[in-house]
Ligand binder design. Structure first.
Ligand SMILES: Cc1cc2nc3c(=O)[nH]c(=O)nc-3n(C[C@H](O)[C@H](O)[C@H](O)COP(=O)(O)OP(=O)(O)OC[C@H]3O[C@@H](n4cnc5c(N)ncnc54)[C@H](O)[C@@H]3O)c2cc1C
Ligand code: FES
Length: 281
């Protein structure tokens, strides 16, 4: 199938579009984990790693409460975008029922995205579960500016949840896989690997990019702050409007005197680790 027909296109500003795209594929790739692809040259040309899309989940209703945020997981052939998602409730279950050729309404790209500040001696990506979704796109982009191999710690609860290992290795990534139950890879948590890594590589001042469950991010951020390392975390907390209107995504600021809260959808979802008050998370 070629590029999806654009049935509706409204430009809110020069960086964000609302577009109805046609699903090119929507397939299960792991336990409750799905990969969906669609084409939009406009969205693909604007998208940066770490940004997200608000996707409407049901073509039979215009109910705005049925939009959900999903990270831009991958861009391929310049105009194909992919999202990687896990079924956790009503919306994601609806999403998994959509078929090739079905239209979906997409708003994006939203949020700030990751800061890619030139080549570093060491770059470490840390992903927990679906946290791999935005980090894959980031790895694609980092590969274009980094001369050295990117290191990644990727963690899941159990082997049935493990996805994308071969594709990540194809991106020239030095991958260490963990599962909490030890059914695949190293038994334990990605933060155990980080602990070990920092003991050996701290003097190389690695730059850390992390996405995953809040508890994982909290630990990664605290370790980075203690070690005085640059660390960017992408928060995937609850979001309603995704557009800075409902204030439902506020997180307490850690170091800002004039801004007590950040809104994840507008100020984030990516934050430098010291920007967040982790005691409140
Ligand atoms: C910026 C951003 C990017 C995201 N990117 C991705 C992605 O790439 N892939 C992906 O699978 N998910 C991603 N998420 C999370 C995704 O948006 C939620 O899983 C989804 O909205 C759940 O919708 P639902 O209707 O299926 O679940 P609901 O019916 O709304 O909730 C079902 C259950 O899931 C829990 N839940 C809902 N949202 C979240 C959340 N954000 N974090 C933890 N638990 C939640 C609820 O507490 C409830 O127990 C992202 C979230 C944000 C804010
Ligand atoms: S989700 Fe509504 S303000 Fe952020």
């Amino acid at each position: 199938m070629t590029e999806g027909k654009i049935t509706d296109l409204a430009v809110y500003d020069n960086k964000m579009l609302e577009e109805t795209v046609l699903i090119e594929f929507n397939r299960q790739i792991g336990k409750d984990t799905w990969l969906m692809g669609f084409r939009s040259a406009d969205l693909a040309s604007l998208a940066k790693p770490g940004q997200f899309l608000m996707i409407h989940l049901d073509r039979n209703t215009k109910d705005p409460l049925l939009r959900r945020p999903f990270s831009i997981h991958r861009i391929q052939d310049r105009n194909q975008l992919m999202i990687l998602y896990k079924i956790v409730g009503k919306g994601t279950l609806l999403l998994s029922s959509l078929k090739e050729g079905d239209p979906i309404s997409v708003i994006g790209p939203l949020g700030n995205g990751f800061t890619i500040s030139g080549p570093h001696e060491r770059t470490l990506l840390i992903a927990g579960g679906m946290g791999i979704a935005p980090l894959f796109f980031l790895a694609q982009a980092l590969n274009k500016v980094q001369k050295h191999t990117i290191k990644m710690f990727l963690g899941f609860s159990t082997s049935q949840e493990v996805v994308l290992v071969d594709q990540l290795k194809g991106l020239n990534i030095d991958l260490s896989l963990t599962t909490e139950d030890g059914s695949l890879g190293i038994k334990g948590l990605v933060t155990d690997l980080l602990d070990e890594y920092l003991r050996q590589e701290l003097n190389k001042k690695p730059v850390i990019y992390a996405c995953g469950p809040t508890l994982m991010l909290k630990k990664v951020a605290q370790m980075a702050i203690t070690s005085n390392l640059r660390c960017y975390v992408s928060l995937e907390g609850y979001m309603a409007c995704g557009l800075g209107i409902c204030q439902g995504c506020a997180v307490k600021a850690g170091n800002s005197k004039d801004k007590p809260y950040y809104y994840v959808c507008q100020d984030g979802p990516v934050f430098s680790s010291e920007m967040i008050d982790w005691r409140a998370m």
